[in-house]
Design a protein around this ligand. Sequence first.
Ligand code: ARG
Ligand code: GLU
Length: 715
Amino acid sequence: MRKLFLFFIVAVFSLSLSAKEGMWIPTLLEKYNIEEMQEMGFRLTAEDVYSVNQNSLKDAVVIFGRGCTGEMISDQGLLLTNHHCGFSNIQSHSSVEQDYLSDGFWAMSQEEELPNPGLTAKFLDRMVDVSDSVFAGTSGLEGDSLQAKLNENISRIQREAAEDGKFEAVVKPLFYGNQYFLYTYLVFQDVRLVGAPPQAIGKFGGDTDNWMWPRHTGDFSIFRVYANQDNEPAAYATDNVPYRPKKWLPISLDGIQPNDFMMLMGYPGTTQQYLPSHAVELIKNQSNPDRIKIRTTILDIFSKHMAANPKVRIQYASKYARTSNSWKRWKGEIRGLDRLQAVEQKMAFEADFEVWYMQNDTLEETYSPVLPQFEKLYVDLQPYDKAYHYYQEIVFKGIEIFKLADFFPRNDRGWNRMDEDHHELVRKALAIKVTEYFDDYDQETDQELFVELLRMLRNDLDESFLPEELMQMLSRFEDEKLIRKVYAKSVLADPEKLQQIISEFDGKSIAKLQKDPIVELFQALKGYYQRNIELVHQGIQENIKTVQQKYMKGIMLMEKNFQLYPDANFTLRVAYGKVEGYQPRDGVNYRYYTTLEGVMEKYDPEVPDYQVPERLRHLYHAGDFGEYESDGEVPVAYIASIHSTGGNSGSPAINARGQLVGLNFDRCWEGTMSDIMFDPDQCRNIMLDVRYILFIIDKFAGAGYLIDEMELVSE
Ligand code: ARG
Ligand code: GLU
């Protein structure tokens, strides 16, 4: 009996100390997490992770580009992130003749590093809870006047914190606007490409393996942040110098053991942990299936043309990856939500919520309207949400020539009000946009998208969202032969003619451009969408937001004895867990790591996703692993029970001693519902083992000089 009891305690104990749901606020670790982190093995203090007074780990972590994380790995501004995060930059330096996607790229000296206009690295200077200042003077206000006051306060806080342009300052809501934090960033604009492995390493497994375990993708690339002579952010200039960061991560060669403490620091984008059951139902039964269906068509068309034409293969590589990524995640999400019976769990929680607010009259008065309001709002939302996604996926994202049509001014009114200097600016900006557009454009592919996607729009959407006049217009585009004619006639399909028009752009040519059949069709669809779908959709969403804020406030009160974490909102978070495998289904046990051996097992010269560069095969057969092996194996990737999401790509995986041991790049398929509901049994994040990164840099690429720059440590 006693033994059993002891066993029970140990089992419960170890469960609570392994998988760990949550993306935590770095400044609140001391209050909420550090004790648990240390029990799980962490040897540093909360102050070592985030400090206002001294350099801390947070000073090594950056926002890379628009949606990824990166980290400093040398005192010379060397930045590590994922291959898929640097992908569009690597692609932009590539052509059929000089194909860095296929061959990889390694600068052998700083002179050879490649600048990337538009790419930034943002260092967080500080984050502060500014809730009091944001809410100041708002009590008693409601609706628009409340929003106006909040906006006024937020603008003032941001303006003051920016210190005349020194920082980018952003105030962001947490817990659906029940709390606000200010974030200030130093934004570096000169970020150069240093190295990227060939796709056959950096994207090994491609979209087949994406979101899957066991995984063998060497998903990393290396950049360098440059600063002016005073070590400050500056626009690209040849005499800029490598940035000397406040903090960079030492790299451990000691490897990873099961149950090791593991921490991610990074910028998770979006999660929705506090949705009501109605919302989960809508996502699972309508928005995900609809978007999956549309994108399946898009991806099939991409594949066909990419396989037939090497130029299209490069042009559409990034588009394909982007389109397929969410497509596959949505599928995993449906499966995971079903498996967890997420809707039922949410309903059970809602029942608890009702019991909770019934305990006294004030609570009841405040919170009893919440669930019925949700119910009504989601019923209202449902048809509009369908139309919204169809228009978004087809008209605004799918058919490419519509994007081009959208570049141009709709009428000459605005144009006639501008002076000639402005006209010149607009012409220049348009010329650049159009050039970039055609760089990655294939007309054959797009024509097919045009036919198939518009057919889908006509067939699937309720006629209340496609009025008679639009239907008539669309019916003119049904026939594939006709489309060819339309494309042939449209100036949008003729880059030279279009650039000519732009260079002579005036009020008259704007009016004429609007008569182009494709522009006309696009404007009709867009106009209808904006007037009849978007406005209503947004209106309902706004109302949902108001109810969600109240619901969140209630949940925070109800759960006040538990730590709650705010949904991800692309601000710096700390997440932690343990290195551990999992059982994806009955009878299958996943080990926590993979090796180079597995790369060779997957190798298939016939399959594009499973190519292995000859040099890597050679290193493997020769057993030439340097100091990067462990018991004769080269580790490649590993998993841990850490709660992560999109935006965490490129996040450093940090061990108990605060050293870099891995690079986050994905999640496992079975756990992709963690954006909505986390399951400690099934949710695992996927990281590269840092030793594989070093092995590729040193042994494969022969860029060992980069390793000399890093701080390698071993206990
Ligand atoms: N699934 C990872 C993430 O969400 C990797 C995506 C890039 N790779 C790809 N094959 N599409 O971003
Ligand atoms: N690959 C994702 C990203 O780009 C990370 C995977 C995830 O969603 O967890 O951020």
